[in-house]
Design a protein around this ligand. Structure first.
Ligand code: HEC
Length: 154
């Protein structure tokens, strides 16, 4: 990152944890309303038109690595392995802004993007309660959670 250089992306903390209000103002740390899954779906559809091989990777393997619970016989996300990639895009398109299929959850059961205002006083991180806050909470702690694959029992 270079100071003063504007870059376009959708994976910064601010993309998900900033709320854009109707009048165009923003509230940092409020419940985000970026349409993350619709943007994800539009990427799949764009690939389908221009790079179908890459689009197919989004069906099955990538969806499973983010959301699958392959150790379960009745893998709740099993349909993601076999559905046509157009349907995978449709599942993500059905997720409205304010909730999202985060790694470790599911596009069938997306989680709410929480506000992080006053987060230092919360005992458990993630609304789903999967992570206890350490004594010295830091931005790095949560970055690690995001960049490392997490396994959750469904
Ligand atoms: C792609 C969207 C997205 C990005 C990017 C993102 N987050 Fe989040 N964040 C979420 C979602 C969704 C949850 C709730 C997860 C859950 O409930 O399991 C969450 C949870 C959190 C929480 C826990 C809040 C609580 O009380 O539950 C913190 C803190 C947090 N994020 C900080 C960050 C930081 C710092 C970054 C950048 C390093 C970041 N997030 C990037 C979507 C995102």
């Amino acid at each position: 990152m270079e100071k003063g250089k504007v870059e376009l992306g959708d994976l910064s903390c601010a993309s998900c944890h900033t709320r854009v209000m109707a009048d165009g103002t923003t509230i940092k740390g409020a419940q985000g309303n970026f349409p993350f899954d619709r943007n994800f779906a539009s990427g799949i559809r764009d690939d389908l038109a221009h790079d179908p091989e890459n689009a197919r990777k989004f069906g099955g393997p990538i969806e499973m690595s983010l959301y699958g619970a392959p150790w379960r016989e009745d893998n709740p996300q099993g349909a993601l392995l076999t559905m046509p990639v157009q349907e995978t895009a449709a599942v993500h398109e059905g997720i409205p802004p304010g909730v999202m299929a985060r790694g470790g959850t599911s596009p069938f059961y997306p989680v709410q993007v929480p506000d992080i205002i006053g987060v230092k006083d919360r005992r458990y991180l993630d609304r789903t309660g999967r992570t206890a806050q350490r004594p010295t909470p830091s931005r790095a702690t949560n970055s690690g959670l995001i960049s490392r694959p997490t396994i959750r029992r469904h």
